[in-house]
Each structure stands twice: as C-alpha cells, then as structure tokens.
Design a protein around this ligand. Structure first.
Ligand code: INI
Length: 157
C-alpha cells in the first residue's frame, strides 16, 4: 500500500490565522491552542501571520486575501458562533462554513474550518478550554497534514 501521510512536520511552513473577534474570549483560547501546537510542530513564530476580523462572516474573504497575497501554505480560520446568542445562527454559521470551503477549493490552499458552532456557551468553553481538550491543537494538525498531503500528491504527478 502507498501511504501519502508522513509524520507531521511544520518546518518552513507559512501558516495564516484568521480570527473572528465575536465571542473573543473563546476565540483567543482557540488561537492559543492553535499557535502553540503549530510551534510544537516546528512552524516558526515569524512564519505565522495573524489577522483579526469582526465576525465569522468576514473570515472567508480575509482568509482568501491573506493566503494569496502572503503566499501562505495554509490558513486556519478561527471563530465561534453560538446558537443561543445568534438569531441568525444558521446564516452566520452556514455561510462562513460555505465561504471557507469555497476559498479552499478556489485557491487550492488548505483552509481549516476552526469556527466552533455550538448550542450554548458551555459547549464552546469545553472545546476551547486550556484545561480540557482545546480544538485549536486539532486545527493546527489539520493544517500541517493538508499541506503535506497536497505536496505529496503534487510530487507524484
Ligand atoms: N459572528 C460570530 O463570529 N459569532 C456569532 O455568534 C455572531 N452572532 O452572534 O451574530 C456573529 N455575528 C457577526 C457576523 O459574523 C458579522 O461580523 C456581522 O454580521 C457583520 O458582517
């Protein structure tokens, strides 16, 4: 069997982080989790670029422009949409997910959907906590894994 995925190695990768300020207490924790895992995987501090936007809705465009203009290898999109607080939850959550997917497919640059969509604040806290499992770490892994996978595929062409 040919296996494409090697061990994760972030050395030399240029990673963008787009963070939505809405529900910033949660998003800052996701950001910490993502950033420290990226550093742990060997991505250097100077190769991580962070851009803040107002909310999840603004994330896709910022991710697209950053990815293209800064020649990034991948972008991790971070945000938090909570159903209880959001009369238009389905629009904000759905459109941001759709937008992030579309940007990834259009640019060919991996876009990681790190926007939590939860029923309530407790679920969001659980997923972003520094004490429990912080999803930011998984988002970082996904970014590095996707870059490596696409490179491996391209190298076989
Ligand atoms: N943006 C979020 O990131 N999370 C939310 O929970 C949220 N709520 O509750 O509405 C939210 N709305 C703002 C939206 O993303 C845009 O910033 C705004 O509509 C301006 O375009």
């Amino acid at each position: 069997m040919n296996e494409l995925n090697a061990e994760l190695d972030g050395n030399g990768l240029k990673i963008g982080l787009v963070a939505a300020r809405f529900n910033h207490i949660i998003v800052e924790q996701l950001l910490d989790g993502t950033r420290s895992r990226l550093l742990g995987l060997g991505v250097s501090e100077e190769n991580i670029t962070l851009g803040w936007v107002a909310g999840a809705f603004e994330v896709p465009l910022a991710a697209k422009e950053m990815a293209r203009k800064l020649s990034l290898d991948a972008v991790v999109c971070l945000g938090c949409v909570i159903r209880g607080d959001t009369p238009h939850f389905d629009y904000v959550a759905g459109q941001s997910a759709h937008g992030v997917l579309q940007v990834g497919l259009e640019t060919g640059i991996p876009m990681i959907y790190g926007i939590l969509t939860t029923e309530n604040i407790e679920q969001a806290v659980e997923r972003a906590s520094v004490h429990a499992e912080n999803k930011g770490s998984e988002f970082a892994d996904s970014a590095v894994e996707m870059v490596q996978l696409l490179r491996d595929i391209n190298n076989r062409e």
